[in-house]
Design a protein around this ligand. Structure first.
Ligand code: HT7
Ligand code: ZN
Length: 853
């Protein structure tokens, strides 16, 4: 167990001011020459440690002389060095056999790199840590016909032809950067070009490189990029700083995208879109991921992280910025609900499991395991709380000071909070605890009303339970936004309470009658709220609160409460209050189609599972199905009428149209369960009429959630139509893998034998195995343990190929502690099988080890 600790941080003994890198690209023997200008930082004669993995060493020269380094664990050590010198290293690497998709690898015929977090060490021996910041010059040599485009960070200095059909390109990045931001691409692409003129008049060339034949699917990504560039200027005064901004879309990619300086690499899923093949959600995600990577140019690249424990410095902040951007581009309320779902379905689960960690972790075995919902999404919630506490203008002042102080530096989360504190002259010392404390606080709400005086008091008690990584917990500083609804005159008071103590009381009034309080407007803090409220009080919030999140949340809470009751008692009768709630929502849909579409959707199994421990898997799934069916059958005419009222016209990705399509999709899912005569042919008609993937998928999803035989027929048709398009086939794979059926596992085997499936492609693996494990709870949690065994068998197969992918896939099993005893035993047994595997990656080992502690 060799964990790195934040407390052990030491500044680097050597800096490297300049690096000249030369690549002679070859499938199996790419030669990399690295010439570094090295400067010692310490007064003593310190050794120079260079990380390196999976490298064949060609030679080392110090100041022109051959040098024999000491071979060490994960790298080499150089001793007795001058204070300043030139270091030359030659390595040979095998990109075509690099299935980890980290370092330099081949993706469908193109060479590309992924260096964050610690992939640069798979390219050459180097101090692969973000506090070593270097100016790069990169020369790439490759066959001209196979690789007409040779790209790296910064500006193209020169290019030319060589003998043997080869050519070369020389790139220079004027900004010093950490090695994780290095990138190289060589391949043949379709190129889409555009331009953007910055506020101060710099002309920037925008280039989007996509697989041949896909140029027509690139416009939305380019438009999103221009919107993001304009938004960052207007919102934060931040301009782009190079003459060219390149984005390359690749098919084999471990995550969403990567913000390499001037040369972003993207999973093609977050670039390519046209109405026929991409859904409204795809359009949304592309806009948000393109913006996220662009925003990193300042929050991440210009100001970077001192060490990887500080990852949330750039990720939490950049997620918050992309969330603000998405809200400004579309519907703020709907965007916020998406974020809350991520927190409740995934982040709360992470914090309740063996991998619980603060947004700034203190101990890390494998860094790739900490690109987590906690570091990213809870990190963004922490930044959002600062924004709420300081206000828009105060937050901006803090950001300005942060850039003024730290441009060009590698810094810590503390430096960020300090800038916020100094710019606003406030004390954020208690707030800093969010960075070091893990766990989801529970906020218990009590109210008292004195009829004589009209005084209304709200008491808030916060408690964070011990987590797997940390026993002692302290009170946190959080903004709690509340709405106080006075039923007598339908007025609403809004307050943002600054909560710092374990228990605090806030007084309001006078009121003639006891008001209703709605807590956590906008989900103002990443906490669970515990509050006893009557159905009538919740209904008042649903109807009269001003904040859309509060209205949605009150509806979800009312539904969840009854689902838990049904799950506990096993009763199948649905309370009238729920039917009435849906009936009344359906009558109001036109007021706000986007919001009501969300309100009409039942809480997901994943959200419900986070509300009670132990999780009643079967009871909750049955109760949810039962309620869905009952609503479908009791309100059939309303679902039908609402769906029929919607007409969107020719497809356009606009907020209004997307809301309408979403609402229709929700209605169709109920209709498919309704037993209404002709429903199957009605759905079939809609499928045939659809001119866009959103509507097509809505029909398929509705059928997937039902027992209609139409599902298999449409899926066959869909496959015939799209069988050559891998991104669309991912939707098909996911629909099959997420479908409840008795023969789930044999279906998965058939999918994995499909011509389009490849264990080497993370998108395929996620759409089949990931969808099954994350979103097919009946199949995955089968009480005979077959779902857990299936996943474990697959992990053992995929871990040696791509440990990052394997390590993400294990996530649903990490929630085992909240399951019933028999399921816990079944999962523990699978963990032991994994531990028995002689070749287990560090990625999986860290998670399994912590699970068995
Ligand atoms: N900063 C990036 C994080 C990342 C990554 C991206 C692609 C492949 C592997 C990766 N490991 C870490 C993505 C981001 O947050 O923008
Ligand atoms: Zn990021």
């Amino acid at each position: 167990d060799t964990a790195m600790k934040l407390a052990d941080y030491q500044p680097p003994a050597y800096q490297i001011s300049e690096l000249y890198l030369e690549f002679e690209l070859d499938d199996h023997r790419t030669r990399v020459t690295a010439i570094s200008q090295v400067q010692r930082q310490t007064s003593q004669d310190a050794p120079l440690y260079l990380n390196g993995e999976a490298l064949e060493l060609g030679g080392v020269w110090v100041a022109g002389q051959p040098y024999q380094p000491e071979m060490a664990e994960g790298g080499i050590i150089l001793q007795d060095l001058p204070a300043s010198f030139e270091l030359k290293i030659e390595t040979i690497i095998d990109p075509a056999n690099n299935s980890s998709l980290e370092g330099l690898y081949k993706s469908a015929g193109a060479f590309c790199t992924q260096c964050e977090a610690e992939g640069f060490r798979k390219i050459t021996y180097f101090p692969d840590r973000p506090d070593v910041m270097t100016r790069y010059r990169v020369r790439i040599v490759a066959d001209k016909q196979a690789y007409p485009y040779l790209l790296s960070n910064g500006n193209l200095l020169d290019q030319g032809d060589l003998d043997g059909g080869r050519h070369w390109a020389l790139w220079e990045d004027p900004f010093a950067k950490p090695s994780y931001l290095f990138a190289l691409v060589a391949g043949d692409f379709d190129l889409l070009s555009d331009s953007f003129t910055t506020r101060s008049g710099r002309d920037v060339t925008l280039q989007l490189y996509v697989d041949k034949g896909n140029a027509y699917r690139g416009q939305h990504a380019l438009d999103s990029l221009k919107k993001a560039m304009a938004w960052d200027e207007q919102k934060y005064g931040l301009e782009y700083d190079l003459d060219v901004y390149m984005i390359v879309a690749v098919d084999f990619f471990n995550m969403g995208a990567m913000e390499n300086k001037g040369l972003n690499l993207f999973n093609s899923k977050y670039v390519l879109a046209d109405p026929a093949s991409a859904t409204d959600d795809d359009y949304f995600n592309i806009e948000s991921v393109i913006a996220h990577e662009y925003f990193h140019n300042w929050t991440g690249n210009r100001v970077t992280c001192r060490d990887w424990f500080q990852l949330s410095l750039k990720e939490g902040l950049t997620v918050f910025r992309d969330q603000q951007f998405s809200a400004d581009m579309g519907s703020p309320a709907i965007v916020r609900l998406k974020q809350v779902r991520v927190m409740r379905e995934h982040q709360f689960a992470e914090d309740a499991g063996p991998m619980s960690h603060p947004i700034r972790p203190e101990e890390v075995m494998e860094m790739n395991n900490f690109y987590s919902v906690t570091v990213y999404d809870k990190g963004a919630e922490v930044i959002r709380m600062l924004h709420t506490l300081l206000g828009e203008a105060g937050f901006r002042q803090g950001m300005d000071l942060y850039f003024k102080r730290h441009d060009g530096q590698a810094v810590t989360c503390d430096d960020f909070v300090q800038a916020m504190q100094d710019a606003n002259d406030v004390d954020l010392s208690a707030f800093r605890r969010w960075y070091s404390q893990s766990g989801t606080p529970q906020l218990t709400v009590g109210t008292t009303f004195e009829p004589q005086t009209g005084r209304f008091s709200l008491s808030l008690t916060q408690l964070t339970a011990a987590t797997a990584d940390q026993h002692e917990k302290h009170p946190l500083h959080m903004p709690v936004a509340v709405e106080i609804l006075d039923g007598a005159n339908n007025s609403v008071q809004k307050h943002t309470l600054s909560v710092t103590q374990e228990k605090q009381q806030f007084d309001f009034g006078p009121f003639d009658n006891e008001p209703v309080t709605a807590i956590l407007a906008g989900f103002s803090a990443p906490v669970r709220v515990k509050q006893i409220q009557s159905d009538a009080q919740k209904q008042q919030i649903i109807l009269h609160a001003q904040d859309p999140f509060l209205r949605w949340d009150a509806a979800q809470s009312l539904i969840s409460q009854y689902l838990h009751e049904m799950a506990g008692s096993g009763q199948t009768s649905v309370p009238d209050v729920l039917i009435e709630l849906f009936d009344s929502m359906l009558r109001r849909v036109d007021q706000d189609p986007a919001l009501f579409a969300e309100m009409l959707e039942l809480p997901s199994f994943e959200t419900l599972a986070q509300q009670n421990s132990p999780i009643r898997v079967d009871g909750l799934l049955d109760a949810r199905d039962c309620l869905k069916r009952k609503l479908a059958r009791t309100l059939t005419d309303q679902w039908q009428a609402t769906a029929d009222r919607i007409s969107t016209g020719a497809y356009q990705y606009t907020q209004q149209q997307a809301a309408q399509r979403r609402l229709r999709g929700v209605c169709l899912a109920y209709l498919a369960l309704s037993n209404a005569p002709g429903v199957e042919s009605h759905l079939h008609q809609l499928y045939l009429q659809s001119d866009n993937m959103t509507d097509t998928l809505a029909v398929l999803k509705a059928c997937q959630g039902s027992e209609l035989a139409l599902f298999d027929r449409l899926m066959e048709d869909f496959e015939a139509k799209w069988r050559h398009d891998s991104l669309v086939m991912d939707k098909w794979f996911a629909l099959h893998a997420g479908k409840e059926r008795n023969d789930c596992l044999s279906k998965l085997q058939i999918l994995m034998a499909h011509a389009m499936y490849s264990i080497n492609n993370p998108n395929r693996v996620r759409s089949v195995v990931g969808t099954f494990a994350f979103y097919n709870p009946r199949g995955f949690h089968a009480i005979d343990g077959s779902g857990y065994k299936f996943l474990t068998d697959y992990l053992l197969q995929t871990d040696p190929i791509n440990p990052q992918v394997a390590s993400r896939l294990i996530t649903p099993m990490l929630a085992f502690g909240q399951l019933d005893e028999s399921r816990q035993d079944l999962i523990r047994h699978q963990f032991l099988r994994l531990l028995d595997s002689p070749q287990l990656s560090r990625d999986l080992y860290e998670k399994v080890r912590k699970s068995l502690r």
